[in-house]
Design a protein around this ligand. Sequence first.
Ligand code: ACO
Length: 322
Amino acid sequence: MKIIGTGSALPEKVVTNEMLASFLETSDEWISTRTGIKTRRLLSHETLIDLGVEAGKKAMAASGLQGSDIDYLICSNVANTYVTPSISSIILSQIGCKCPCLDVNCACTGFIYALDIAEAFHKAKKYKNILIICTESPSRYCNWHERETSVLFGDGAGAVVVTDGDNFVDSIVTGDSHTDVLYYKRTMEFTPFDRAEERTTSLVMQGREVFKLAVRSCTRDIRTILERNNMKPEDFQYFLLHQANLRIIDSIRENMKQPVEKFPTNLQKYGNTSSASIPIMIDEMSRANMFEDGANLLLSAFGGGFVTGAAIMKWEKINYND
Ligand code: ACO
């Protein structure tokens, strides 16, 4: 399998730390030093579906494939207004595809889980051209009266098209139950038979616990995938990590004993865009011609669950005509 097209889409509205400080008890100084985030893009007039559709169309255009060429669509998303039908089936109808479609909800690790599933389909020779779209709006499940969570996130979408090839080297995914450190709970409809008390709880996060779990699990995953492929950190041009917090990325980088330049970031501009953060970064870096042809890239992410994953791929340049 290899990536032959990338795309991304971001909301128009730019929200600075200073703007947040006008209605929350926070400051640019606190947010910048604790997280690295300076601005984020938040949905205003667009929808989550619009972002996913735009990113998916750009990835297909870059791949040279039409909607009718796509054999399978995988969408990664944590929450949206529809519970059913799936977000992948809603997006499917707007990008000209007519193929099986599947949602994955693996929090911020969704892109790596989707790659892992796509690779398994490929190895089984079931589907050839697979479109992966990660579209996320964490701004819609934070409580905007709570400074602890709302300052951390941004909305956005990233997409890739994969097809036959041998550039995808390996992936691993893990699950380890720590459901209490990060969750968002919604109520369901009333029934006269079930009297369980329920209420919607906006995103709850034990920040320090998540921080420690993130550093520990990403370091472990990177070491595991390196070891089983007989590779060293020095073999990689870039480590593309989930963009949650600059200090988390820095701690993992220190564990890998690698220079800062190998750990690109976009969280300063976009905040934590959940599973979209890595594909947005891949799209922007690929379009800026930053990946050397044949370069080894290592991806690693963590997310609520706790679920984590890592992947290794060899880059092959993509020609963008737009
Ligand atoms: N502005 C000002 N003060 C704040 C803010 C804010 N936005 N948020 C919290 N505080 C206060 C708290 O009330 C607390 O005050 P207190 O000490 O008087 O009780 C204090 O700041 C907490 O400070 P620290 O404990 O020093 O904060 P820390 O260094 O742990 O940083 C942070 C907090 C940024 C949340 C960090 O723990 C973190 O990044 N954790 C990981 C978060 C993460 O990755 N989430 C991803 C979730 S989704 C996903 O991607 C899987």
